[in-house]
Design a protein around this ligand. Structure first.
Ligand code: ADP
Ligand code: MG
Length: 502
């Protein structure tokens, strides 16, 4: 019961006209009524509201859900209510298949309540044994207050505008040189909240996995300690809550809420820029929690000092613990991510297609993921094979809007011509001055104008490690600062390459 597919494709596979689609919708509504009478309202909202019926025949009913986690959960805990509902609605038994329909996840991405209900549960696999069939204790913002402390706190997290995404776990995170340290540190911090790194400050540009890591930490903390009082929210939510509290005069309640958690996770803290009063409030929240050894986790699009108008005392506090950066993924990591994301969507991406995407989409994992979704979606609908030509057609806009980057080849051509050395020498083992300087200049140029990571640059130059590359780059920096002719030469190289980049 575990194949996946696209709603559009599955519906398109139905021989009938739109009437067939309407018939499925009607049948699904009837089935939903029958399911609803068998499960709690909150369970229904969590697991069945967003589901859809993608196929029905004499033998089989195929239910589409938004992700693998939901599919597994339905398989495991809701097989019986589904079967009973089918029998009741159709008068005879059907085999129920649950399949993943990724489009549902997109459609429902903003419907956060049920997202987060599942999210919290996902973090807490240990309790699934005793919690069989009632995953929704987690969704207790609807349950009466005081049912249990842990539930109350989960409810708090859920009530925040942003819920946890069940896909954002350490398991689903592809590790490469660009994020290895951040990933390891996040795991470390999640293992010993409040002790290992406090605060834990993660920064990097958009789409590199900050939110994914932050939420993974929440899940990991909850997995170890289901009673941990975690509050995960975007900084924007914090700002809005604060403003509302000011307006409604319930600032005390606001403070009680934020200052009594075990773990406070605030995503996109750069939003504090230019918000003086919120900064003030956050400063006190921070202090209270930190003094009590409570874990604080923050993310931002840049390092603390780059957040405009952030009070110096906050900048310095943010640096108390661990500040770590996520870099754009290198080629190999991009390949691994593409492979992983397509496999999650139920299809293998051929190597040449993956290579094409990895080459063209360099700086943003969200874009890589979007490209896979689009490509597989189109391939499913049209039934086309996944070829490079097909990918170029489907992703035309992505490919052409990208500013042409100077390639490594341009740099190597320029440097070997100027110094009259061979490429094989740049990549070889020799360390004579006549080779070392050109090699270091080439590394420097590569770092300046391509998005290659230090590791990748090292790989181009005969598999040198990243510290060697870093050393070379620094050396050229220094020469450039101290030696006018060197500066002129390097600037000339840069100008030529950038002209070529257009
Ligand atoms: P950010 O918060 O830095 O803007 P996100 O955490 O939202 O980025 O990541 C964007 C998308 O890319 C998400 O869907 C996320 O799951 C995915 N992603 C980012 N990094 C990785 C990774 N290392 N492995 C797998 N998926 C990733
Ligand atoms: Mg984010």
């Amino acid at each position: 019961m575990t194949s996946s597919g696209s709603a559009a494709a599955l519906l398109a596979a139905e021989p009938g006209p739109p009437a067939a689609v309407r018939a499925l919708e009607t049948l699904w509504r009837d089935l939903q009524l029958a399911i609803r009478s068998r499960v709690e309202a909150i369970q229904f909202a969590t697991w069945f509201q967003r589901a859809t019926l993608v196929h029905a025949d004499e033998a089989v009913l195929r239910v589409g859900v938004q992700n693998e986690f939901t599919r597994d959960w339905l398989d495991r805990y809701y097989a019986e209510p589904l079967a009973l509902a089918a029998r009741e609605t159709l008068g005879s038994a059907r085999t129920i298949e649950v399949v993943v329909v990724p489009e549902l996840a997109l459609a429902g991405a903003r419907r956060l309540t049920d997202e987060s209900a599942r999210g919290t549960r996902r973090a807490d696999p240990g309790s699934s044994a005793d919690g069989a069939g009632e995953p929704d204790a987690a969704a207790s913002q609807e349950s009466p207050p005081g049912t249990s402390a842990a539930d109350g706190w989960r409810g708090l997290g859920l009530a925040a505008e942003l819920g946890l995404n069940p896909k954002y776990t350490f398991d689903n995170f592809v590790v490469g040189p660009c994020n290895r340290f951040a990933h390891a540190a996040a795991m470390g911090a999640a293992e010993q909240p409040g002790r290992a790194y406090n605060p834990f400050f993660l920064h990097g540009s958009v789409g590199l996995g900050k939110t994914h890591l932050l939420q993974s930490m929440c899940f990991a903390i909850l997995a170890r300690n289901p009673k941990a009082r975690i509050l995960y929210l975007s900084c924007e939510t914090f700002v809005n809550h604060f403003i509302n509290a000011l307006e409604n005069g319930d600032i005390q309640e606001f403070r009680n809420k934020y200052r009594s958690v075990d773990v406070l996770v605030v995503d996109d803290i750069q939003v504090l820029a230019n918000k003086e009063r919120t900064q003030e409030e956050f400063f006190h929240t921070f202090n209270t929690l930190h003094q009590q050894g409570k874990q604080i986790v923050l993310s931002s699009d840049g390092p603390p000092k780059d957040i405009p108008t952030l009070q110096e005392r906050l900048v310095s506090r943010f640096k108390w613990g661990l500040v770590t950066e996520m870099e754009p993924p290198c080629y190999e990591t991009r390949m691994a991510i593409l492979k992983r994301k397509s496999r999650e969507r139920g299809r293998e991406l051929p190597d040449d297609v993956a290579a094409l995407l990895a080459e063209r989409i360099e700086s943003n994992i969200r874009e890589l993921e979007g490209a896979v979704t689009r490509l597989l979606g189109f391939a499913n609908v049209s039934g086309s094979p996944l070829t490079c030509d097909f990918a170029r057609g489907v992703l035309r806009d992505l490919f052409t809007s990208r500013r042409q980057q100077p390639a490594m080849g341009d740099i190597l051509a320029l440097v070997t011509a100027h110094y009259d050395v061979k490429l094989s020498e740049l990549q070889g083992k020799r360390r004579t001055a006549a080779i070392v300087l050109p090699r270091q200049v080439a590394m420097y140029l590569a770092r300046k104008i391509t998005r290659h990571s230090l590791e990748e640059i090292g790989a181009y130059f005969g598999g040198r490690d990243h510290s060697t590359v870093l050393y070379g780059i620094e050396k050229v920096e220094n020469l450039r600062a101290s030696d006018a002719s060197m500066r002129e030469l390097v600037d000339d190289f840069l100008a030529k390459l950038q002209v070529r980049a257009g």
